[in-house]
Design a binder for this molecule. Structure first.
Ligand SMILES: [Zn+2]
Length: 237
């Protein structure tokens, strides 16, 4: 029996992520959104076209391997000297149970490995509807989070998609209440058209110089990191 492999992004026969979709991973996501409580926020992909396909496949298509790939690529946007611990905005226990995994945790584990920083569960999500499918006003309220342990000084907070920023803002609030001094945001995708960007020159620096240097450098960086994942970094606890 021959098992046919298909690209998780576009469905083309071949590797799990075809060269075209790999290119999409290195395309700039546009201006990072401004989120209350975050020192800065970076996103790998625009939530449209192939970028959207990849994130949807991770979220709803059981494409767990994409978590490693996207999380590793997301790490190229971050200067590891600015963070102590990587965490994620957890989905609710019921949704994690239905899906069998928490896609944001997969992204955070991969990003932590690539950055050489520990990845830890710091937050618990309170009950409430998922952000997906809610209207803009409902989304801006955001879910509730509570810290489950003291907050490390500088935290990289990972999520799958930033739309209004309400989820990241709520999670950052809980981290600050637990003692965290700086929270940086990192998402697989963003919908920047809906959220204003910081004026040029005022955005705090999370993105590394290398990743900002241009699409060619960024693409090589993404492809090198995806091709050579670090295996000895701390596991997620
Ligand atoms: Zn593809």
């Amino acid at each position: 029996m021959i098992l046919e492999r298909r690209c998780h992004g576009c469905g083309a026969a071949g590797p799990a992520v075809c060269p075209d979709c790999l290119d999409a991973l290195a395309a700039p996501a546009g201006p990072a959104p401004t989120v209350p409580g975050l020192r800065g926020c970076a996103s790998l992909l625009g939530f449209e076209g192939r970028g959207r396909d990849l994130v949807v496949a991770l979220k709803y298509g059981n494409a767990r391997g994409l978590g490693h790939l996207l999380g590793t690529a997301m790490a190229t946007l971050v200067d590891p000297s600015r963070i102590d611990v990587v965490t994620w905005a957890p989905t609710s226990a019921s949704r994690r149970g239905r899906r069998g995994y928490d896609q944001s945790r997969l992204l955070a584990v991969a990003a932590g490995r690539a950055l050489g920083r520990p990845c830890r569960l710091l937050l618990r999500r309170g009950p409430g509807p998922p952000q997906t499918g809610r209207n803009l006003a409902q989304r801006q309220v955001g879910p509730r989070f509570a810290a489950i342990r003291p907050g490390p000084a500088r935290v990289l907070l990972v999520d799958d998609v930033v739309t209004t920023g309400a989820t990241l803002a709520a999670a950052a609030h809980a981290l600050h209440q637990a003692g965290t001094e700086q929270v940086w945001g990192l998402t697989a995708a963003s919908t920047p058209a809906r959220v204003p960007a910081l004026p040029a020159g005022r955005a705090p620096r999370l993105v590394s110089d290398r990743a900002q240097a241009g699409s060619v450098t960024g693409r090589e960086s993404v492809q090198n990191r995806v091709a050579q994942p670090k295996r000895n970094a701390p596991e997620c606890r």
